[in-house]
Design a protein. Sequence first.
Length: 268
Amino acid sequence: MKKSVKQQQLERRILRMLSPKAKAAAELIFADHELQALQEYANIVSIKRLGFNDHGPVHTRMATINAIRMFKLLNDAGIKMNLEKEGVGTADDSLTGVILAALLHDLGMSIARDGHELISIELARPFIDRVVDAIHEEHEYEIKAAIKSIAIEGIFGHMATYKIHSLEAGLVLIGDGSDMEKGRARISVLLSDKVRVGDIHRTSASAINKVKIIKGKERPIRIEVEMESSVGFFQIEQVFFPKINISPVKPFIELYAGVVGEEMLKYL
């Protein structure tokens, strides 16, 4: 299937960021035509039928890049992921679980918005099994089980409606929430010809100019959100901050947000 130029660019960026096992997993995901078709259809349902913003291939790759950036910042600061702390796997194993979850978390939008994280798990399981089994030997049961579980937890928790417990899943949650720049809401705004309940979400997202994920000064991760008007604070306070607040990664994050040209507010 033909991919958009934007999607191809993001996939090349992701592959350059990854360690060997995670890179092998991503290559298999990117080469899967069945998955590509399902993600594109999820985006059609999200935008045209339900009136939401991008939940397709571009969004999932942006969420993945955000999660990888935070993973690397934690790793550079000496923070171990749960698989490594628990003596089950390596940092590469954890990163593999993170990218699988981030790339597959919104498949359920092909069916419905409500409970789509649970639907996504059902739809993602065959792809997760296929990839994890392909990059391991048959007898590596323990690490295969661990990576699959991390991937499923990441999908399960990405809406902040269920409590999650691993740093890996916490990265997926915040990586997803960090994809809120105005381009993500552009198509749904253009297609809308009338006011409807929930428009504040799209309006506030359209005010977000830039989300930066960089090395923090007091904590390993610093997230800066730049907006063109104060309506963007709704996106921060009602959508993004609650996701950070429930994430196991919260203790390692500095969060700042503000209108361009004005002093940024410190949330964390």
